[in-house]
Design a protein around this ligand. Sequence first.
Ligand SMILES: O=P(O)(O)OC[C@H]1O[C@H](OP(=O)(O)OP(=O)(O)O)[C@H](O)[C@@H]1O
Ligand SMILES: O=c1cc[nH]c(=O)[nH]1
Ligand SMILES: [Mg+2]
Length: 212
Amino acid sequence: MPIHEIRHPLIRHKLGLMRRADISTKSFRELAQEVGALLTYEATQDLPLESCQIEGWCGPVEVDKIAGKKITVVPILRAGIGMLDGVLRLIPSAKVSVVGLSRDEETLVAHTYVEKLVGEIDQRLALIIDPMLATGGSMIATIDMLKKAGCKEIRALVLVAAPEGIRLLEQTHPDVTIYTAAIDQRLNENGYIIPGLGDAGDKVFGTKQKPS
Ligand SMILES: O=P(O)(O)OC[C@H]1O[C@H](OP(=O)(O)OP(=O)(O)O)[C@H](O)[C@@H]1O
Ligand SMILES: O=c1cc[nH]c(=O)[nH]1
Ligand SMILES: [Mg+2]
């Protein structure tokens, strides 16, 4: 399974700011959108182009445009919403499929509470967005859902990935490409990524921080 850790200076810097314990909700939100946009830039590098002729300021000119690739962005609720605007800023016409998953704090098993996929999913490139790939359970459940609906091309954009989640994803869905801002050290005994970001959903929504 291809995994791309994007070590661009802007991403390294912004992710570093996100790791601060005293970060405000406002800053966390802004940075999650910005890093989400930067990961989108990387994850769309190979979109097919076609030429077309337009009327330019000095007459007809050949320009490139994206060759009708259908895309669905798939935020995993809640925390994935924190990256959504950043992704849509670069792909404003993408359709959005919403998946709601919540990880049980004891078992770490994710249960599904929303599944609202867009039409023609079999013809679309799916870009799943979630700040955290921890055990990998939430990502695998989402990929299972998309494949069951007929989706054939899937990429995952995550801010931070744990080696444990990457390994599990490699075993279960080797065809899915991951783009991440960082591969961190490990999971702790509560399934939180170390050093990670803490609870990304709580940080995006300003809800109470759970102890890790
Ligand atoms: O790889 P996993 O072990 O499945 O963990 C990662 C998931 O956990 C978090 O969501 P959470 O269940 O806390 O929901 P929330 O976004 O509503 O806070 C995070 O946003 C991922 O979706
Ligand atoms: O570190 C982690 C792991 C799962 N979910 C989070 O929000 N953070
Ligand atoms: Mg959470």
